[in-house]
Design a protein around this ligand. Structure first.
Ligand code: GDP
Length: 594
């Protein structure tokens, strides 16, 4: 065997185990063995990302480098991406689809009330923490014609999501309160709509109020380039009272009129693509995503790629929780079966196979990672500036599950600065993903607190935080996070409950148990597994579900815990969709920080 020390090897973003073995001049079994010793369970045809492949290559004496592919930046132009996906030869097959409408406007001008009035139900009372955290969607039928509404969040903090809301819409309804007039977010929303070339219908709301001044608002609208139609302009301005449900029919008729003057078409038989409207993790049901189909027809059994998530659709539900087997253009559906949470605003597409889906995701992840590494260096510079500064500030490192949450949370937190004397809030670093060791090092170096929103803590990060004395706090309601920071500024903070990983195990087999259900036959790779704990299931590096442990068995006996090296049968509460090769991570929830 030749000397391998200085063998540089170029590897792509994603590569199958088989191909990697070929390139490294070794057997696939050897590669799988090395992966296993690093806690990664992979089959011969599975695609692994560059980082994982690099570990194998290094162990075999190679020096891995990321293959630099020529990335051709697509000229995006002003037209929403999905509209351009419709192919020239498809034009013949295009048929009319319902218009998609999004409601934008300044906070408190009545967006939620208007959406409710249109939907004729009331969700405003039941919002988590009083804030709509993600956009949903619903379809109504008016005089036999369907219209789809994107349910945009009704809080000031969500401007970035609203900006994305405009991307998937055909028409923007801009809500302006007649007593308050054009405000900063009215202007911002109008600009987003114009940039996306989406026509605007103005809903002049709250005309029932004593302070309503329609003329003044019409003037302000003209000033921002929305010349009312009544004043020889092109913008329909429809007076409504969302509260009293007045003027709604005229508003909807106007929306339909505008829609009739546009080409709102799609090919139900074409390539299936669309936009992620919202995504959330639900115990027992896994990753749920609301998808708005924009071309083609989405079916149960299709493999979908959305952002960095993929999966075969196990089940689909409409807005009334009814199971559906397919969804055509302009239809929003809730889908089950994704292996991770995509982000609101991500484009989704149907691909040919599970394998293709995984390869695409691996590539996207590697691309993002590559970009992130470039950003890090400049962040360090920023720190030095903060560290040398005189200002007294509470420094935060923010981690969130989706990009769309980062900006609103940062804004909300930094807004607190104005409300406290002598101390301000500074978000030093905001990024998506779990809390990692590098976040802890950053926090330790800059005396910062790590705040996580809908994320968990990597095991190494947790250990490092303990030794470095870094406080980590996890939340799943923005309002609570903001409230806690507010309390911290006043010196009133209580300890928070956090997750701590206590063990890892690999699923070697699955089998039926006597009392019904399926157990996972596991080997504990490290740490321990306890009853009364929970399990995070990952498959090929992707999170599948988070569920509570129902029971642990050794041979025939129910036991309280199992340790490293032991084999056992684990049953989970209301969950049996695990597979051979899955990785189980056992964690407990306990007090931390404060
Ligand atoms: P959003 O922040 O834009 O979603 O605004 P909301 O829908 O939450 O409404 C803000 C406040 O304005 C609430 O107290 C509503 O009850 C009130 N409101 C909304 N529409 C009307 C209306 O047509 N007339 C009056 N008088 N109040 C309204």
């Amino acid at each position: 065997m030749g000397k391998k020390e200085d063998k540089i090897i170029q590897l792509p973003y994603g590569i199958t185990v088989r191909e990697l073995a070929g390139r490294l001049d070794t057997s696939a079994v050897q590669v799988i063995k090395i992966l296993m010793s690093n806690g990664v369970m992979a089959s011969i045809n599975q695609t692994i990302d560059f980082d994982t492949a690099a570990v194998v290559a290094t162990e075999l004496g190679f020096e891995p480098q990321l293959e630099q592919e020529e990335v051709i930046e697509e000229e995006l132009g002003e037209i929403p991406l999905w509209r351009r996906v419709i192919k020239e030869e498809e034009k013949e097959s295009l048929t009319a689809r319902p218009p998609v409408i999004t409601i934008l406007g300044h906070v408190d001008h009545g967006k939620t009330t208007l959406l409710d009035a249109i939907r004729n139900t009331n969700v405003a009372g039941g919002e988590v923490g009083g804030i709509t955290q993600h956009i949903g969607a619903y379809q109504i039928s008016y005089k036999g014609r369907p219209l789809t509404f994107l349910d945009t969040p009704g809080h000031a903090a969500f401007s970035s999501m609203r900006a994305r809301g405009a991307q998937g819409a055909d028409i923007v309804v801009l809500v302006v309160a007649a007593d308050d007039g054009v405000q900063p977010q009215t202007r911002e929303a109008a600009n987003h709509a114009k940039a996306a070339q989406v026509p605007i219908v103005v809903a002049l709301n709250k005309i029932d109020k004593a302070g309503a001044n329609e003329d003044r608002v019409m003037r302000q609208l003209s000033d921002i380039g929305l010349q009312p139609e009544a004043w020889e302009g092109e913008t329909f301005v429809m007076p409504v009272s969302a509260k009293n449900r007045e003027g709604l029919e005229d508003l909807i008729e106007t929306i339909l009129l505008v829609a009739d003057n546009m080409t709102i078409k799609a090919n139900p038989k074409g390539d299936c693509i669309g936009t992620v409207v919202e995504a959330r993790l639900e115990k027992g049901r896994g990753h749920l995503a609301t998808l708005l189909v924009q071309n083609g027809t989405l079916k149960v059994g299709d493999v979908v790629v959305a952002g960095e998530a993929t999966g075969k659709i196990k089940a689909m539900f409409d807005q009334r929780q009814k199971r559906v087997s397919k969804a055509g253009p302009s239809t929003p559906v809730l889908v089950m079966g994704m292996n991770a949470l995509p982000e609101a605003g991500d484009l989704f597409q149907v691909v040919a196979s599970d394998r293709e889906g995984r390869a695409m995701v691996a590539q996207r992840k590697a691309e993002r990672e590559a970009k992130r590494n470039i950003k890090r260096a400049t962040l360090e510079e920023l720190f030095n500036r903060y560290k040398s500064g005189e200002a007294k500030e509470l420094r935060l490192i923010l981690k969130a599950d989706v990009q769309g949450s980062l900006e609103p949370i940062t804004n909300e937190l930094e807004k607190l600065s104005g409300q406290h004397k002598d101390i301000s809030v500074k978000v030093l670093h905001a990024e998506t993903g779990n809390v990692t060791e590098s976040d802890i090092m950053l926090a330790a170096a800059s005396n910062a607190v790590v705040m996580g929103f809908d994320v968990s803590i990597d095991q190494g990060a947790r250990r490092l935080a303990d030794t470095e004395g870094v406080s980590i706090r996890l939340y799943n309601i923005i309002y609570r996070m903001v409230e806690d920071v507010d309390k911290a500024l006043s010196g009133l903070l209580e300890p928070e409950m956090v997750e701590r990983v206590i063990g890892k195990a690999a699923v070697l087999a699955t089998f039926k148990v006597s009392k019904g259900g399926t157990a996972a036959g596991c080997r504990v790779l490290s740490g321990e597994f306890r009853r009364n704990a929970s399990v995070r299931i990952t498959r090929a590096g992707e999170e599948v579900a988070v569920v509570e442990i129902a029971g642990i068995r050794r041979e025939k006996d129910e036991v309280r815990e199992v340790r490293e090296g032991m084999e056992c049968g684990i049953t989970l509460k209301n969950f049996e969709d695990f597979e051979v090769g899955d990785l189980f991570e056992c964690f407990v929830v306990e007090k931390f920080g404060g």
